[in-house]
Ligand binder design. Structure first.
Ligand code: GTP
Ligand code: MG
Length: 646
């Protein structure tokens, strides 16, 4: 559908974690990641919305603290806003972080696009004893201000109504920051007006030239401007400095801050309220030095609860499955058909009784954590330790997300400043055992070898991830890019089960829709190879290499190749090849070596595609090379070491 057919384009803009994607999801019915930590949305997403009698294009932006970007996703947001100017901006402001929100309101109003302010998380503000006079705020800013509670859909109708009114009347707020420098702005504006394309606001460009915005200066440099601009600009800057005693850029930023502060004092009253003792002590505990053991307990609980409840499900579902399959038992004499059917039965059993329950449970617990507000606190705690290995604390959340799935974790790396930082974090993420690899650790190690070995493998993996972080971090000289961690801590929230379930489904549905059909097709394919004797041939061909290096049979290669599509396939196809009984074909040491290789050897297809998009081909190939090298070294050393201690 082309944009021209649509009535208007509405952009959702606001500081990180203010609730933009929650509003987007409510209005569009699609699912954009929401969670209680800043920096989730890193790409611009748009959808056509049919709302009552209205039709519009709604655009969800990454969080932006100010219109002077410091990171990649802020840059993306701003560039899009200026180049594609939405007809109306809905600023999703956080009522519990009013001053910063008003600073952004002032900047958005300067852009000369109609703005409606959604004073979101209003429920949270009330709980904290914060009273905001929305009408007064609206009068001061000159734009509509509507209190909203996005998670419950409150105020959203009114927001859309107002956005349409504004687009219709083209009514805008008034710039406030220019009070002392109006004549200077006008002078520069008059010069640039002539050559600036129509869709740019010359007033905003003039202001930004005084603010010494690099992107604007570059943009102006690309246009065919009059030579006089440079000298006039310098002259006017000097005149500002002379009359105010401040550099123009500093003057503007300070002025905005002062105005925001003044407005907040006028419209906000804070009544002391008693906060829940439990939340208060949890809050101070989670960022004190006791926070480290707490973090270990929280993470261990997620993994142990997943496995414990997962095994319970496995027993129940397999019991049901066996009951049903004996009831429907067929008498098939054709060896190929019978092998295929028993293969499918085995992989279905594994999928339905183990993989799907475990993956759903893991994502359920993880989403719960994600919505609670605990993650940014853990980030603060870990920041110091991460800094020691040269990483920014902001890398913690992407790394942790990697335990769910590497794909969104790699995309989230856009919130990191600096290309080297991004590259290193992405590399580390590809080594982190995602839910699919967790399935292999649980399905092979925890079940057939023991819980302690499974835990040891997790810890060993973490050790390798950190070691690679330190080695590669040192070799690419990361410190030069290291910047401070600036993050607003959101309040703790009791996650809404409905939202947690929705998120769990979004994160785990691929295992139902995508993985299960491929597992069935793959099983048929492998069984045909087996019956046709091709597996035997591959075995003979690769046996010397695999036995020599890893002490593993040659058929493991074909299983690893399947595992490169999706990691859990390695478990499924190993199990179908070994008739559901790995210990009768492989020794415990071989199972450990196999698992270690699957943890490190190559990113799955979905991660590879993401890597190419995020980092380009050459860096992706470097990452794949490093992964393969680590897998070979670890597989080989584990084989040697384990056979020595046997
Ligand atoms: N109490 C309360 N929570 C809200 C409200 N709106 C959103 N939230 C919660 O705030 C958190 C952040 O919401 P998101 O929609 O992900 O925020 P965002 O602005 O898209 O965040 P980024 O994409 O990271 O910039 C989530 O945990 C939401 O459930 C609200 O009105 N009240
Ligand atoms: Mg978002």
């Amino acid at each position: 559908m082309s944009w021209n057919n649509l009535e208007i384009r509405i952009g959702l803009i606001g500081s990180p974690n203010s609730g933009k994607s929650t509003i987007f999801n409510k209005l569009t019915g699609v699912y954009q990641i929401v969670g209680n930590w800043p920096g989730k949305t890193v790409e611009i997403m748009d959808r056509v919305v049919e709302f009552k009698d209205k039709r519009f294009l709604l655009i969800d932006f990454p969080g932006t603290q100010t219109l002077t970007p410091t990171s990649m996703e802020e840059e993306i947001a701003r560039q899009y806003m200026i180049e594609n100017r939405p007809d109306v901006i809905i600023q999703v402001a956080s009522a519990i972080d009013l001053e910063r929100s008003i600073y952004l309101s002032l900047e958005l109003i300067e852009l000369d696009i109609p703005v409606v302010v959604a004073l979101n998380q209003f429920d949270e503000a009330i709980k904290q004893g914060i009273e905001i006079d929305a009408e007064k705020l609206s009068n001061i800013l000159g734009v509509p201000v509507i209190p909203t509670v996005a998670i419950r859909g409150e105020g959203i109708d009114k927001l859309v109504e107002k956005a349409f009114d504004l687009a219709h009347y083209k009514s805008k707020g008034k710039m406030m920051v220019d009070e002392d420098i109006r004549p200077q702005i006008n002078k520069v504006m008059d010069i640039i007006k002539e050559f600036l394309p129509d869709h740019y606001s010359s007033e905003w460009f003039a202001l930004k030239l005084f603010e010494e915005d690099l992107w604007v200066a570059k943009k102006i440099g690309e246009l065919d401007v009059k030579n006089t601009l440079k000298s006039v600009l310098e002259e006017e800057k000097a005149s500002i400095e002379k009359s105010t005693g401040f550099q123009s850029s500093l003057l503007i930023v300070n002025k905005r801050r002062l105005i925001a502060e003044r407005i907040v004092n006028e419209v906000r009253k804070i009544k002391p309220v008693s906060r829940s003792k439990l939340i208060e002590s949890l809050d101070s505990l989670s960022i004190s030095s006791y926070g480290y053991p707490l973090l270990a307990v929280v993470i261990a609980t997620v993994f142990v609860a997943t496995l414990g409840v997962g095994l319970l499900f496995r027993d129940m579902i397999s019991y049901l499955f066996f009951g049903l399959s004996s009831y429907f038992a067929l008498n098939i004499t054709n060896p190929l058909l019978s092998a295929i059917l028993s293969g499918i039965q085995l992989s279905l059993l594994l999928g339905l009784s183990f993989i799907i329950p475990v993956v759903f449970l893991f994502h359920f617990f993880f989403s719960f954590l994600d919505d609670s507000g605990y993650l940014p606190r853990a980030t603060f705690l870990i920041d110091k330790a991460m800094r020691r290995i040269g990483l920014n604390g902001k890398a913690f959340i992407p790394l942790l997300l990697g335990y769910g799935c590497n794909v969104p974790a790699c995309v989230t790396c856009r919130v990191l400043e600096g290309e080297k930082q991004r590259f290193l974090t992405v590399l580390m993420i590809t080594l982190i055992p995602c839910a699919s690899r967790m399935i292999i650790i649980y399905g092979l190690i925890a079940i057939y070898i023991g819980m302690v070995t499974a835990l040891a493998i997790y810890l060993f993996n973490l050790f390798i991830v950190l070691l690679i972080g330190i080695i590669v971090g040192r070799s690419i000289d990361l410190h030069c890019e290291s910047t401070g961690l600036v993050m607003v801590l959101p309040p703790y929230r009791a996650p809404l089960i409905k939202n947690v379930l929705k998120k769990t489904w979004e994160r785990a549905k691929d295992f139902v829709y995508l993985a299960m059909p491929i597992i069935i097709i793959g099983t048929i394919f492998l069984k045909i190879l087996e019956i046709a004797g091709i597996m035997e041939y591959l075995n003979v061909l690769f046996d010397p290499l695999f036995v020599g290096i890893f002490g593993l049979p040659g058929y493991v290669l074909s299983i690893l190749l399947f595992g490169a599509i999706r990691k859990e396939f390695a478990l499924v196809f190993l199990m179908t090849t070994l008739n559901g009984n790995p210990l009768s074909y492989l020794s415990p040491n071989q199972i450990i070596v196999f698992t270690l290789i699957t943890l490190f050897y190559i990113p799955c297809v979905a991660t590879l595609t993401t890597l190419v998009r995020e980092l380009r081909l050459n860096r992706t190939l470097i990452i794949v090379g490093i992964n393969l090298l680590i897998a070979i070294i670890i597989g080989f050393s584990a084989n040697v070491f384990l056979s020595l201690i046997d």
